[in-house]
Design a binder for this molecule. Structure first.
Ligand code: HEC
Length: 500
């Protein structure tokens, strides 16, 4: 009877989405919700106490969880024997609130507002066989203690004074988990997942298929295209949905530097995608269509000067140069084998553009210094299915995700020679790619749809977990593997986010 408690704990009722600005409202909602739960858990615990099943404050006895009174004692009883000090197992310390938030040497233990996706909860409940720490030979947590931990995390994993972990994060990376309608938010400095935004909880479908993200320069707003739900959403920095636009099969996104427009190409999930680019006014999400003749315009980039937007047909190798602020498009045929340009990367000076040929496995260079007369230059062979490319802010190198070969190719920018081919644990169907403003780190999302990467813990439902690998550009090696959601795809970094 008592061991069934976890099944009866309506932890879902507390799940929120990292919407910090409405913390006050949520706090108020919580009070009434927890009153009801207090009652039910209290009643059940009444029977269990006789069996000495409860060792820590029971969640039924408190409306407000105070970290130092309710959570730290639970850690002290069950966890800090192994998880404290310099020699903590997995480098994970539960000896203070701030150490808990630093996570292990691998990643976060807690994702605020997302208990169900927090390793701390999954390890102590979902490991097949004896759940951790029982499988480490120690007494496990009671169902009531797990419920308390879950509640604390779902309420934001607050410190005693109400501090929300990473609420002030300035260095943010948003990763689309395409096959589970969610977005993982990573702090690029801490290199941890700090939020997990569930689109289904916001009313979108399981097939919403988030495709790409762009972030305003100041980070105050960010946008995501939902290829499955035919929408482009606008979020605040606090992850509140503020507006949306109806767009058929939206794909890659690009921000204009000055005129307030967000451009969207088309995703590839339908051959019927309209032959047009979408220009969305960011202030009110008003949608305008720019006809481009050729189907499925996929690659998309705005010249930093703001004068021209580039795209290309996916089915026909035509480069499109759209005069910004107008619907005037110039077409230039792209020569060579069928490339199917999937992605464009423009150098910071606006003079060069590299196009990823998803069909040709070639990277093709364009001289765009005079955008009215684009010159196609050389093509260089790279790993199969080059998805996306990112140029370091100092223009020293180009990093290209090679989806089929599970590698990232590094190309020296000025010599256009391949400098290194990076592979390793965590790299499995690499896709989206972004570089930090300090030139130090490259973040690469990995779809892992075939399960080439095996997650650290086997929860029986996570064998296709996507990753974000972090490459240190000083050594061009993978220095961290961050586990995110299923089919990690497009990603967007706050401009200038740093990795140190
Ligand atoms: C008897 C020692 C022991 C106790 C007690 C213990 N752990 Fe662990 N814990 C470990 C070890 C060892 C690892 C590393 C396991 C591995 O790498 O497979 C670990 C790993 C973890 C991880 C995963 C870290 C990562 O990123 O890989 C989490 C989360 C965790 N423990 C949570 C807890 C919690 C919560 C408690 C208390 C309720 C607890 N542990 C109690 C020994 C312990």
């Amino acid at each position: 009877m008592c061991t069934d408690l976890s099944d009866q704990t309506p932890a879902e009722a507390y799940i929120s989405f990292g919407i910090e600005t409405s913390a006050y409202q949520r706090q108020r909602m919580k009070v009434s919700a927890s009153a009801a739960i207090t009652l039910s858990i209290g009643l059940i615990l009444g029977g269990c106490e006789l069996l000495n099943d409860v060792t820590s404050p029971d969640p039924g006895s408190t409306d407000t969880i105070v970290f130092s009174s309710h959570i730290q004692p639970l850690f002290d009883t069950h966890c800090t024997g192994c998880h404290s000090g310099e020699t903590a197992d997995a480098g994970l310390r539960f000896d203070s609130w701030s150490n808990t938030m630093l996570g292990s040497k691998h990643g976060e233990a807690v994702i605020p507002y997302a208990a169900g996706h927090s390793l701390m909860i999954r390890l102590v409940t979902d490991l097949p066989g004896d759940p951790h720490p029982v499988n480490e030979g120690n007494e496990g947590l009671s169902a009531a203690e797990v419920a308390l931990l879950e509640r604390w995390i779902d309420e934001g994993a607050l410190d005693d004074d109400g501090t929300v972990p990473f609420a002030d994060s300035n260095d943010l990376l948003y990763v689309c988990n395409r096959d589970e309608a969610s977005i993982s938010v990573i702090d690029t400095k801490a290199k941890l997942v700090i939020r997990r935004l569930d689109l289904v909880k916001l009313g979108f479908t399981e097939n919403a298929a988030p495709y790409d993200v762009v972030v305003e320069p100041g980070g105050e707003q960010w946008y995501v295209s939902l290829a499955g739900d035919n929408a482009v959403l606008k979020f605040s920095r606090a992850n509140e949905l503020v507006a949306q636009a109806a767009v058929t099969f939206p794909g890659l996104l690009a921000l204009h530097p000055t005129n307030g427009i967000l451009y969207a190409g088309r995703a590839l999930n339908s051959a019927q995608a309209p032959a047009s680019i979408v220009a969305i006014r960011r202030s009110d999400m008003f949608v305008d269509e720019i006809p481009v003749v050729f189907s499925r315009p996929h690659a998309l980039a705005v010249r930093p000067q703001g004068d021209v937007v580039f795209s290309a047909g996916f089915d026909v190798d035509q480069l499109m140069a759209i005069q910004s602020g107008t619907s005037s498009v110039t077409f230039t045929p792209i020569t060579g084998p069928l490339h199917s340009m999937g992605h464009f990367a423009i150098s910071p000076d606006g003079n060069w553009m590299w196009g990823s040929g998803w069909a040709s496995s070639l990277m093709t260079l364009f001289d765009i210094s005079n955008p009215q007369a684009v010159q196609q230059r050389q093509s260089i062979p790279v790993a199969a299915d080059p998805r996306q490319a990112a140029i370091l802010p100092n223009s020293s190198a180009l990093y290209i995700s090679g989806n089929q070969d599970d590698v990232v190719t590094v190309v020296d920018f000025s010599s256009t020679q391949v400098r290194k081919v990076i592979s390793g644990n965590g790299m499995s169907e690499p896709n989206g790619i972004a570089v930090t403003g300090d030139n130090r780190f490259v973040f690469v999302s990995n779809a892992n749809t075939a399960g080439g990467y095996i997650p650290r813990y086997d929860f029986r439902d996570n064998d296709r977990t996507g990753t974000v690998v972090v490459i240190d550009t000083a050594i061009d090696e993978i220095v961290k593997v961050i586990e995110v959601g299923k089919r990690a795809s497009g990603l967007g970094m706050k401009p200038g986010a740093i990795g140190f």
